[in-house]
Structure formats: C-alpha cells, structure tokens
Design a protein around this ligand. Structure first.
Ligand code: G16
Ligand code: MG
Length: 224
C-alpha cells in the first residue's frame, strides 16, 4: 500500500534543472570547457562537487585544479545559481504538481523531499509549498549521493514508512537508479527514452500526468 510519495526537486517540481544548466554552462565556458545539453543530462541529480568533477574530467583538466580552486569554482557556480533562484515564484511550479500534492494530502499520504540540492529548502520557500512537505532529507546527512539510494532511504526513515510503501518521483537517470536501489516504486517524469533506459516502473511525459488515482493503480498492479 502506498503510504508516502518522495519527490526529487530540480526538474520534477520546478524547472531549476534549466537554471543549473545555465549556471554550469557559464562556469564551464569561463574555463574554456565545452558544455551542451546532452552532457548536462549526466549532471542531473548529481551533487555540486561531483558535477564539477565530471565537468573538469569532460574538459580533460581534472588534474589541473587544487581542491581549494575546485571549491572556488563550485561556489562561483552556486552564487550565479542562487541569483537565478530569487526570481522563482509559485507560478514556476510545474503544471499539475499543486493538484497532485493536494490529492496526496487528502488521501493522508505522506510527502517527502529527496533532493541532492543544498538549496532545496530555499526553493520550496520561493515556491511557497514548504508546508506540504512532512519531511526534507538533508543531502549533507547522507554519505552517498544519487545513484546511491541513501537520500530516498533517509526521507522514508524520517517519515517512518517502509521503502516498499513509497513511490519516488524523479527526472534523472541517477535518481531513478537511486529509487530502484531503495526498493521503492520509481516514477520517471520527462525525457521518455532517458527514463525508460534508467528503468523507471512508470514513465510520464510531464507532470500533468501525475494523477493520484492512476498512480495508485499502477503501483498496485506492480506489487500484486
Ligand atoms: C539537484 C540537481 C543537480 C545539482 C544538485 C545539487 O538535484 O539535479 O544538478 O547539482 O541538486 O544542487 P545544489 O548545488 O543546489 O546543492 P535534485 O536531486 O533535486 O535533482
Ligand atoms: Mg532532478
């Protein structure tokens, strides 16, 4: 029985995935590294420092920066990203998300957040949806980032719900892998091919397809 839905944030609740893309692209280009949308897919759901390391490897310059310099680069990207975040408003919540959150509340389903982003709580505040969330898993409190299951398991633990009674919602390959490794039901929203390849149990083209009754049926069909 579904007892909780645990959400990814960037790319599921709002289009911050696009803002990450812009900020990383500017950072990469500033140190003469090519950066395109295809490569950006690999960074979705990946922590800030892991993302930077992937970018430096992609540019073939991973060994040219000290840890201190890397921290400076990551901070520079985050400052630009935070500057973009201040424009976020409730209108920027993806279509269908508020209705879905309301339907979950009405059915007494617990709601959790399992974002790799340290900016997660601030983003929920800008969007004015913090109160919907029964728990927010702190990415600093887990050892392994996505695709490891840790952040989803942490959210379930904080909610007091067994992983097999949870649905996880993600837009990234790493995130779907994390949900599957956590033994939860994985709903992938977004690029259909990417979500299929990642092994989502249910693939939805966009967030308007997040309809509680249908999701519950799909979950029950898999479990039985
Ligand atoms: C998000 C994004 C990633 C980003 C990470 C860390 O994860 O998908 O691209 O690198 O958070 O974000 P920050 O630099 O704000 O701490 P998620 O899990 O919400 O998709
Ligand atoms: Mg995401």
């Amino acid at each position: 029985m579904v007892k909780a839905v645990i959400f990814d944030l960037d790319g599921v609740i709002t289009d911050t995935a696009e803002l990450h893309y812009q900020a990383w692209k500017n950072l990469a280009n500033s140190i003469a590294i090519d950066f395109n949308r295809e490569f950006n897919e690999e960074l979705k759901g990946i922590s800030r420092m892991d993302s930077l390391n992937k970018i430096l490897q992609h540019g073939g310059v991973a060994d040219q920066y000290t840890e201190e310099e890397k921290l400076e680069l990551a901070t520079k990207k985050n400052e630009e990203y935070k500057g973009l975040l201040i424009h976020l408003k409730p209108e920027n919540i993806y279509p269908g998300i508020k209705e879905f959150l309301n339907a979950l509340k009405q059915s007494n389903i617990k709601i959790g957040l399992a974002s790799a982003s340290k900016n997660g709580p601030a983003i929920l505040d800008y969007l004015q949806i913090t109160d919907y969330f029964d728990t927010i898993a702190d990415p600093d409190s887990v050892i392994n980032g996505k695709p490891a299951p840790d952040i989803f398991l942490k959210a379930a633990e904080q909610l007091g719900v067994s992983p097999q009674d949870c649905i996880g919602v993600e837009d990234s390959e790493a995130g779907i892998e994390a949900i599957q490794s956590a033994n939860m039901y994985a709903v992938g929203v977004g690029t259909v091919e990417v979500m299929r390849k990642a092994g989502a149990d249910l693939v939805l083209a966009d967030t308007t397809e997040l309809v509680w009754d249908q999701l519950q049926e799909a979950f029950t069909a898999k479990v039985n």
